[in-house]
Each structure stands twice: as structure tokens, then as C-alpha cells.
Ligand binder design. Structure first.
Ligand code: NAP
Length: 315
């Protein structure tokens, strides 16, 4: 079975490569925007800004499973580059779906809590009405809809507040700033679920194993949209406070800055973000018979990884 991993250099793509589970399922081909992998290896080129170019790669590799972790993720920049965000997150995903439908391949795609407006008072179910607040959310919703409309077999996993020991993310920014500053002001009126890449990789593999073991009719019932995030909830301020507490006790940082709670209004940014980003994961957990970890356990595992990383600095 041929598996194509798109976006191999992003946080999630890199986690797939480093954790190694896809290579156990089949013959894995990786692709990135420029054909270089994070470790210097030469891999395939897949530039989502030129959606038409993806077809030639797909025709050559002939994947039975396409894992798409590539995305335009610059939430604030998307406000001034909406056409590009839409091309990468929407149009290109539609092209993947079209090819997959014609070749009976499965597309595994990732979307975002930003497809919701954050006005809810209880966790969003997978069927809750979407209403993105900004250009990034609109582009991610366009991708979801394009994939559905393509008629391809697919999983869309909506996730949120993604981070890991590597890549660009909130945790690593906090650890860097924590070495430089005594006081950090962090937003305390946006709620979400910090989700390590490892949880998304593990969850994806469990879903794939169920899908591969199922008969065609059962596969069709299984496919669709799921929420794949950790359990529980916190704010960015709560997450930052937990990061510094753990970083100090695990020896990742030898100091702990004061973390002051501020409102989103006190930290203006080009894109509006949902105030409440909690996704209901029951469909995923029931369908694939797993219990997702609480966000605190996810953080402990990532901090452990940072604490025991050989010579590399954490940020
Ligand atoms: N990060 C979050 O907090 C978050 C939250 C909710 C959902 N998600 C979703 O989760 C998935 C994985 O996100 P992530 O955190 O791993 O993102 P990431 O670290 O920003 O990685 C995105 C990857 O997409 C690649 N990419 C961007 N433009 C491209 C293009 N034109 N052609 C080909 N590749 C391109 C980037 O390539 P370069 O390395 O060359 O720049 C990068 O490797 C995405 O679907 C994202 O929307 C993320």
C-alpha cells in the first residue's frame, strides 16, 4: 500500500515522520513545499499554492492513502492574504479529493476549531453550525467542504491549539520568552484544548487501523468529520502557567516568569479568534474505542520529551 504524507516539515507532518507509524502501514513517500525535509533529506515536491501541480505527483506515486498535514497556518497574515490561504487550504484540498475519488484513495485531512465562532457555551459537536470569524477559518472550512463535495473517501480531523517539542508553537514561544523576561502577559479569556502532535498522530493511526480492517460498507459509515483534541479545557494563560510550572520542576527552565492574565482586547491582533474553542470528542472516542488524554497529561509528555532531549536546547 502506498501512503503519501504531504507537509512533512510542519509540526504535525514532522511528528508523523519521527514517530514512524505510517511506514509500518505501507510504503511511505513524503513531500514538502520545496522537496527538502527538515533533516536535509530529498523528498517529493508538493506546492499547494499551485493546486494543479499536485495531480502529476499523485499520478506518479499512486497513493492509496493521502495524509494531508500541509496548510497555510499564519492566522493573522491570512487576513491580508486570503486568496492564498484559500488556494492552499481550500482549492488544493479539493484537488486532492478529486484525484482520490477517481482512484478510490482515502484522504486524511486536518481542520481547525477556527471554523467555529466561539460563541457557544458547551463543547462543539461535529455537526454544530460553523461560522468562522476570520480568513484562516474560512479557508479551512472551504477545505472541509471541498473534500466532502469531491465524493472521496476521507477523514477530516478538526484539531486545535497544536503544539509539540519541535516546530513553531505556543509552548516553544513561551519557553523562549521565559528565558528572556520576568513578566509575560497572556490572554485569559480564550478557552481551548492544547493538543500535542503525538495525540493527533496516535489518533490518526487508530482511525486508520479501524478503517483498514473494516469491510467497504463499514468504511463508508466510519468516514467523515471528527474532533481530535485532548480532553478538558484551559485558557492561554492557564496553559502558559502550566508550561512554566512543569518546565521548572522538570529542569527545562531554571527560572519562572510571572504570568499576568490579560484580555484578548488588550492584545490586539489582525485576526479575531474564537473565545470558546472546546470541541466535543465523543464521536471520535466512541467510534474508535479510545479515550483521549487530558491536556495536562499531553503537556507532561511533551515536557518530558524536552527534558530528556540530548544536547538540543528546548527553544
Ligand atoms: N497549529 C495549530 O495550532 C492548529 C490548530 C488547528 C488546526 N491545525 C491544523 O493542523 C494541521 C497541521 O498544522 P501544523 O501545526 O502542523 O502546521 P505548521 O506547523 O504550520 O505546518 C504547515 C506545513 O504546511 C506547509 N505549507 C504551507 N504552505 C504550503 C504550500 N504552499 N505548499 C506546500 N506546503 C505548504 C508548511 O511548509 P513550510 O515548512 O515549507 O513552511 C508547513 O510544513 C493543519 O491542517 C492546520 O490547519 C493547526
Amino acid at each position: 500500500m502506498n501512503i503519501l504524507l504531504l507537509g512533512a516539515n510542519g509540526q504535525l507532518g514532522r511528528s508523523f515522520v519521527e514517530q514512524g507509524p505510517l511506514a509500518e502501514l505501507g510504503s511511505l513517500t513524503c513531500a514538502s513545499r520545496d522537496g527538502r525535509r527538515f533533516d536535509g533529506a530529498n523528498i517529493e515536491v508538493a506546492n499547494f499554492a499551485q493546486p494543479d501541480s499536485l495531480r502529476a505527483l499523485l499520478d506518479r506515486i499512486e497513493p492509496q492513502i493521502i495524509i494531508n498535514t500541509a496548510a497555510y497556518t499564519a492566522v493573522d497574515r491570512a487576513e491580508s492574504e486570503e486568496a492564498l490561504a484559500h488556494c492552499i487550504n481550500g482549492e488544493a484540498v479539493g484537488h486532492l479529493g478529486e484525484w482520490a475519488r477517481r482512484h478510490r484513495a482515502l484522504v486524511v485531512h486536518y481542520s481547525s476549531d477556527y471554523v467555529f465562532d466561539g460563541n457557544a457555551a458547551r463543547p462543539y459537536t461535529v455537526r454544530a453550525p460553523t461560522n468562522p470569524l476570520g480568513a484562516y477559518g474560512r479557508s479551512k472550512l472551504a477545505g472541509e467542504l471541498a473534500l466532502q463535495a469531491s465524493g472521496a473517501q476521507h477523514f477530516t480531523f478538526r484539531t486545535a491549539w497544536v503544539y509539540g517539542a519541535k516546530g513553531q508553537n505556543f509552548l516553544r514561544t513561551m519557553l523562549r520568552l521565559g528565558t528572556e523576561r520576568d513578566l509575560l502577559k497572556v490572554v485569559a479569556d480564550q478557552r481551548g484544548t492544547p493538543t500535542p502532535t503525538r495525540v493527533i498522530v496516535d489518533g490518526t493511526i487508530v482511525a486508520l487501523q479501524h478503517w483498514l480492517a473494516a469491510a467497504p460498507e463499514a468504511r463508508a459509515q466510519m468516514e467523515g468529520t471528527y474532533h481530535l483534541v485532548t480532553r478538558g479545557e484551559t485558557t492561554w494563560h492557564g496553559f502558559a502557567s502550566a508550561i512554566f510550572e512543569l518546565a521548572q520542576t522538570q529542569g527545562v527552565l531554571n527560572r519562572r516568569p510571572f504570568v499576568e492574565a490579560i484580555t484578548a482586547a488588550e492584545y490586539p491582533s489582525p485576526a479575531r479568534r474564537p473565545a470558546y474553542s472546546i470541541l466535543d470528542t465523543r464521536c471520535f472516542e466512541e467510534r474508535f474505542a479510545v479515550t483521549l488524554p487530558v491536556w495536562q497529561d499531553g503537556l507532561i509528555a511533551v515536557m518530558h520529551e524536552l527534558a530528556f532531549k540530548d544536547s538540543e536546547t528546548p527553544c
